[in-house]
Write a protein that binds this ligand. Sequence first.
Ligand code: SAM
Ligand code: SF4
Length: 471
Amino acid sequence: MYNVKSCKADEFINHEEILETLDYAQANKNNRALIEQLIDKAALCKGLTHREAALLLCCDQPDLINRIYHLAKEMKKKFYGNRIVMFAPLYLSNYCVNGCIYCPYHAKNHHISRKKLTQDEIRKEVVALQDMGHKRLALEMGEHPHINTMEYLLESIRTIYDIHHKNGAIRRVNVNIAATTVENYRKLKDAGIGTYILFQETYNKENYERLHPAGPKSNYAYHTEAMDRAMQGGIDDVGCGVLFGLTSYRYDLVGLLMHAEHLEAAFGVGPHTISVPRIRPADDINPQDFPNAVPDDMFCHIVAVIRLAVPYTGMIVSTRESKATREKVLEIGISQISGASSTSVGGYSEADGEEDTAQFDTNDKRTLDEVVSWLMKRGFVPSFCTACYRAGRTGDRFMALVKAGQIGNCCSPNALMTLKEYLMDYASESTRREGEKMIEEEMQKIPNPKVREIAMLHLKQMEECQRDFRF
Ligand code: SAM
Ligand code: SF4
């Protein structure tokens, strides 16, 4: 029985409810009046239910799809402005006991090199990341109870926060690790992590069990209920996602939105972010073996519908996507991207040609400087801001800020000040020139004159070598 507030996976992600939702969407896909009504409802920026979103996803009438894209673009602007938050993944270890058949780290892959970084190697990686200009990381590792222990992860987080190389610092460490216990989530919270990220991979239990034939991750309920445990452990910024291509995208989008509705109903705050990864080629993985691949135009449609359904939730696209695809989805909903990523263990500091431990082949291989310059040319402000979580604006307090439309007076100056840091410490000459021009123009758009004045002062103080200002 479907119950949004239940703490049981098969009640808050209910298979029958998903099937009925898909039937409803299919039955109404030519009902223009209803679809138009839903687009009008979405324009009120209060979100959509999973049923309503499923219908918008099913819509195949070009003029209505255009309206959906247009509205997604407007809503993104309204709540997130033109800022794009930057981050990079950092792979700590690729030892793994699980059997995920889409990932080359699965335990039966005996030919991929296995590696776990020492604290010294982590230092080298972080120095390399700081030298690029990164301030925000997502830690990644396989699941291995004896090798990738919680103590190791906690020590690594401490190491990372302690490294201050030149003007660099990692100010927000997000963590993407396997589902764990409330007690461990509490430890992660105490270690000062930002978001806890866990992709559901697929919400379809039968497929999930087939795709995860071995290891702790094969327990669908334990995996699906992980965000509840994370919230019980005090982590109120959680990041959801599905790996598109494993099950039909329609099924998984409905599941994803039901998950968001559940977190909102049970804990008063939905996911902080939603990621939209698609399967990539990797060591012993061929995406063509997965028949549910999502075509590019449908991928954009998915992003736009998520934007309408959960207007206040950040949306992340990684370097799994090409420059061209990233260009499209940035316009219609994405608020956070990774740049210059390596998916190898030790990939930032090791010389090329070392044993390859990559999780997947990245699509966008540009440097961070190239990504920053490209964003600015397209009118986006690259932001290295980490202020909210450091000021305790997490969970519903962050959402309240977004809902109150206060980003103009808070996020915008923070984005510009952190961009300034990037330009002064890491950018190429041409990127720096483009950036200075952008900062000058964007500062004029800060609504509150007092905030603008303080931000101007901080920009000057940065010229005198001071760093890390924030609202
Ligand atoms: N091991 C943890 C887990 O599985 O939750 C943590 C992170 S894992 C390194 C990060 C994510 O990479 C997985 O959740 C999965 O969705 C994604 N992934 C695995 N194989 C992939 C592939 N071939 N292409 C694209 N993404 C992949
Ligand atoms: Fe291990 Fe995660 Fe890869 Fe699965 S997706 S094999 S759990 S690293």
